[in-house]
Ligand binder design. Structure first.
Ligand code: ATP
Ligand code: PRP
Length: 210
């Protein structure tokens, strides 16, 4: 039996059709119209549970889940000891630095973000001194209110930036969802994990499993 930690929210919606393509179908209403967090599927050999995206790497590092699915942004931010097995190529977006257009860069700017670790590392690598301010969401509000000059956040369509009069200034990295594994599970349950990874890999490539 494999235990898989799935992220609630956006990624989950795209995961259900990907799993179906890989030959693992489960009714999406299970996830959408219920408050249940754990689903056991004896026929498929899975237990699935639903966690907050940022918590998925924690469940996987501690071995409570053998596998997890999570955005690369979360993986970089969480910095947990897990193996990254597969790029699922779903939920594409990017991490970027954004701000008001044409603003003079301050010597020691404040940067608001849900991703403090990624932001610290990015500016440190560039030798830029910044003060990173952690926010839980609606990060675009920070430059509008004067809390920070810059933000580090996810950009997908660019609509949120546009509608708030902000512009993308620097691109940090491209982001897609990844399959991750607990390091011990990867050795002890190698066959089951590889079967799942191969099937999902084929689904990513557009080859539908029977
Ligand atoms: N606008 C977006 N378009 C595409 N993918 C996105 C977008 N925003 C986030 N993502 C990807 O989807 C993942 C989950 O995002 P989601 O919005 O479901 O949760 P969250 O807002 O990060 O978490 P929380 O529920 O804790 O607020 C992100 O980690 C990222 O990889
Ligand atoms: O480029 P876009 O297509 O507009 O998408 C980007 C927005 O999506 C995410 O926010 P989310 O909806 O998760 O809300 P949050 O700000 O509360 O995290 C992200 O933080 C951006 O705000």
């Amino acid at each position: 039996m494999l235990t898989i930690a799935l992220p609630k929210g956006r990624v989950l919606e795209e995961l259900i059709p990907l799993f179906a393509k890989g030959g693992y179908s489960f009714p999406s209403e299970w996830f959408t119209s219920s408050r249940k967090l754990v689903f056991t599927l004896p026929e498929q050999g899975f237990t699935l549970f639903l966690a907050k995206p940022m918590d998925v790497p924690t469940y996987v590092e501690y071995g409570v889940a053998d596998l997890g699915i999570v955005g690369k942004d979360v993986l970089l931010e969480a910095a947990r000891e897990v193996y990254e097995l597969l790029d699922l190529r779903i939920s594409p977006c990017r991490l970027a630095v954004a701000g008001k257009p044409g603003a003079e860069p301050a010597l020691y700017p404040r940067v608001a973000t849900k991703y403090p670790r990624i932001a610290e590392r990015y500016f440190k690598e560039r030798g830029q001194q910044v003060e990173v301010i952690f926010l839980n969401g609606s990060v675009e509000l920070a430059p509008l209110t004067g809390l920070a000059e810059r933000i580090v956040d996810i950009v997908s369509t660019g609509k949120t930036l546009r509608e708030n009069g902000l512009v993308e200034l620097e691109r940090i990295t491209e982001v897609t969802a990844r399959l991750i594994a607990n390091q011990v599970s990867y050795r002890l349950k190698r066959e089951a994990i590889q079967t799942l990874a191969e099937r999902l890999g084929k689904a990513v490539e557009g080859e539908v499993s029977a």
